[in-house]
Design a protein around this ligand. Structure first.
Ligand SMILES: Cc1ncc(COP(=O)(O)O)c(C=O)c1O
Length: 443
């Protein structure tokens, strides 16, 4: 069935399943991110860069489970290795060779990774990084960028979703809770800094320098607008943390796909600690904390004094370790460069489509990621990237148009590429965007 035909079918199998789901799950979903249309389509199967739903409609997948599938779906080297592991067992109260192999591979990808500890999600990885920074420095506070998403740990949720109504002055951004009932005491341990604004950020950090354990930074933060941080900003934060005895924690849960050694490789720096996740699990739940030996030592249970005890029932399970290692071994410098070139092609193509149609829109991104904004001016921080209600309506129309044309996107009109993609899929998306911009102009 064509995607367009599916949209007009009144009672799809997905619609029927969603009715049942609503009776047993809050809002009918397990993750809010899948509820980007009134009825979420249910998946039947995926192969490469295509996904087929239970109503038989196949679409090109530019969401890739929010950047976690670097090789798309059912990548044969991963499925074969995992199938072999499944028959040997999935979880043990014993260490496995698979975790050693994956750890060796990951540490070989960056000189900043002397040691690594695997966990089960990006949220856990960021949480572990912040706790490790506190354990190493003995200080309580953390600093983060306004609007940046780092998962569901209370401290980093602060000001993740602030709005013009509550974000306060840019010199002192307010600490805004995400979850109703979040304790004020938690937010008091958080310093919120504006993205890419050296003077204001350094002034804010200076106010708390004696108490700051770390600054957590995403070098290409999706919700802040997906504009790469300027090297000057990154260097300023790197120098400030080194000078004041705080750690630089890089959140590379998404951006690790940028180069073999992550986005930090492009900046010629290393985080003291780096939070990882998503693609390093080869399609299975994963997170990891990697960094220099002196900082990672806080996790060492054999140390004379263990500063940061950390356990996790499914951490480093052999299925995830096998899938992750195989996926990463197949994502070498050549594969990353090829995907980044496709990223350049899609960003350039969308820019040209905007120019040809005169649409009030812009595109940001880097490496194999891109995001379309319904703003003429390219946004350079969270406040500029904030989607107004009017822009939100146009964004929704564009997403619906792309969906009907057979493309799956992340709900912010963001796309992440996978290695099975070629110029054909990129050019098809650009053409669909262009027809979308023309429809928006008529609407
Ligand atoms: C930058 C960043 N950090 C952390 C996380 C949390 O990862 P997870 O969803 O695996 O908990 C995400 C998830 O989207 C992310 O984008």
């Amino acid at each position: 069935m064509s995607p367009n035909a599916a949209q007009t079918t009144p009672a799809t199998r997905s619609a029927q399943l969603f009715e049942r789901a609503k009776k047993v799950m809050p809002g009918g979903v397990s993750r809010n991110t899948v509820l980007w249309s009134a009825v979420p389509p249910y998946v039947a199967h995926g192969q490469g860069c295509r996904v087929t739903d239970i109503d038989g409609v196949t679409r090109i997948d530019f969401a890739n489970n929010v950047a976690s599938l670097i090789h798309g779906h059912a990548y044969p080297p991963v499925t074969q290795a995992v199938a072999a592991q499944l028959s040997r067992g999935t979880a043990f109260m014993m260490a496995t060779e698979q975790e050693v192999l994956h750890a060796e591979h990951m540490c070989s990808r960056s000189q900043g990774f002397d040691r690594i500890r695997f966990v089960n999600s990006g949220t856990e990885a960021v949480m572990a990084a912040l706790k490790a920074a506190r354990a190493f420095t003995g200080r309580p506070k953390i600093a983060k960028v306004e609007g940046a998403y780092h998962g569901a740990y209370d401290y980093v949720e602060t000001s993740q979703g602030s709005t013009p109504k509550d974000w306060g002055s840019v010199d002192h951004p307010s600490r805004v809770p995400l979850v109703h009932g979040a304790p004020q005491s938690t937010m008091e341990e958080v310093v919120v800094i504006p993205f890419d604004d050296i003077d204001r950020s350094i002034a804010l950090l200076n106010e708390h320098k004696a108490d700051l354990a770390c600054v957590v930074l995403d070098l290409l933060p999706h919700r802040v607008g997906l504009k790469p941080a300027s090297p000057a900003f990154v260097n300023a934060i790197r120098e400030w943390t080194a000078r004041h005895g705080a750690l630089l924690v890089l959140d590379e849960v998404i951006t690790f796909r940028t180069e073999v050694g992550g986005a930090q490789q492009r900046y010629g720096i290393h985080g003291d600690l780096t939070a990882l996740g998503k693609m390093i699990g080869g399609g299975f739940p994963v997170g990891a904390l990697a960094g220099k030996a002196q900082f990672m030592e806080v996790l060492n249970p054999a140390a004379p004094k263990l500063l940061f005890p950390l356990s996790g029932t499914f951490s480093a399970n052999p299925v995830t370790m096998t899938a992750g290692r195989v996926a990463m071994e197949h994502f070498d410098a050549k594969a990353a460069a090829r995907l980044n070139a496709l990223g350049d092609r899609v960003r350039h193509g969308i820019e040209q489509a905007i120019a040809r149609t005169g649409a009030c829109a812009s595109v940001t991104g880097g490496g194999s990621m891109f995001r379309v904004h319904m703003k003429a001016q390219v946004p350079s921080n969270y406040r500029e990237a904030y989607t107004t209600p009017e822009e939100g309506k146009r964004l929704k129309l564009m997403l619906e148009h792309l969906f009907a044309e057979g493309f799956l996107m992340v709900g912010t009109c963001t796309g992440m590429l996978s290695t099975p993609m070629t110029e054909t899929e990129i050019d098809a998306l650009v053409a669909a965007m262009e027809s979308g911009f023309r429809r928006l102009a008529k609407a």
